[in-house]
Design a protein around this ligand. Structure first.
Ligand code: G
Ligand code: G
Ligand code: MN
Ligand code: NA
Length: 254
């Protein structure tokens, strides 16, 4: 496939795959609680590509491991830079479920954390609950090792997978991210509002952080605060931004 050959070049050339950054904020204070890294591909001929245009083929290719290591390396490089600048914020990285099937992942992450001298707790791995039932043992082991190392785990798009609640009984996680689809429909769907309220309550009872995604309006922000949600992310607060902007934008807020 042309795209995958081009990705191989992009990974080697090291100047096409770029992380943009979107902070999450504390709903009570507005202070940033962390920063999510989102990949973009500045393709030499096709222009800027969103992950929707290339993640699926990458996940189904043998380049997934190289791609995952590349993203983690860039993200930890940024976290190390922020720490030098006095900005001690955790960085969240989206992991493809399939990369959790590689038993070498924890050792690779441990090596990258050491190399960049970033404490494990400053890395948050965002995972979706949609895991292949037959591979549970490998994934449990990989995630368990990562958690023992001190890496934090977040369930991304919470409520949209098959096995979210079972998952929570098997894997200790640190954070639930309420999927944007529920936040968008909260105002006119009692069902969506109930799901947000229940997720916030579940997080409270399990002692987890909860972050609402895709907040675009002040109405959504106040509805979330009323439901007891403590943190959020979305265009209302910050759009994803290039790495060289983050210091200027967050420097005064942390
Ligand atoms: O940033 P954007 O809204 O375009 O992201 C689209 C999707 O791509 C989201 O589901 C997001 O989690 C995913 N995504 C963004 N960056 C990465 C990445 O570095 N690795 C993986 N596996 N997925 C990512
Ligand atoms: O699946 P995941 O939650 O990682 O997806 C994150 C994606 O959501 C990113 O690609 C980001 O660009 C997008 N995003 C972040 N905030 C908003 C928002 O307020 N509105 C919309 N429509 N998309 C958002
Ligand atoms: Mn995410
Ligand atoms: Na999400």
């Amino acid at each position: 496939l042309a795209l995958l050959a081009e990705l191989r070049e992009a990974l080697a050339a090291d100047d096409q795959l770029v992380l943009v950054l979107q902070p999450a904020v504390d709903l009570a204070t507005g202070a940033p609680t962390g920063v999510e890294a989102l990949i973009r591909w500045r393709h030499p001929r096709r222009g800027w590509l969103s992950p929707h245009e290339f993640i699926r083929p990458v996940e189904n290719s043998e380049q997934l491991g190289t791609f995952t290591r590349y993203v983690l390396d860039k993200a930890l490089g940024l976290a190390a830079q922020w720490a030098r600048d006095g900005l001690d914020l955790p960085i969240s990285v989206n992991l493809s479920a399939r990369s959790l099937l590689d038993p070498r992942l924890p050792a690779e992450i441990a090596e990258a954390l050491r190399r960049h001298q970033v404490p494990a707790r400053r890395l948050v791995l965002e995972i979706t609950e949609t895991v292949v039932m037959s591979e549970l043992e490998v994934i449990d082991e990989v995630l368990g090792t990562l958690r023992t190392m001190g890496v934090q785990l977040a369930v991304d798009d919470f409520g949209t997978g098959f096995s979210s609640l079972t998952f929570l009984t098997r894997i200790a996680v640190d954070e639930l991210k309420v999927d944007r689809s529920f936040v968008i429909r909260m105002a006119d769907s009692p069902e969506a509002a109930a799901i947000v309220r229940t997720t916030v309550g579940l997080a409270q009872q399990l002692g987890l952080r909860v972050v609402a995604e895709g907040v675009e309006t002040a109405e959504q922000r106040s509805a979330l605060a009323e439901l007891g949600c403590t943190a959020a992310q979305g265009y209302l607060f910050f759009k994803p931004m290039p790495a060289d902007k983050i210091g200027a934008v967050l420097g005064g807020l942390v």
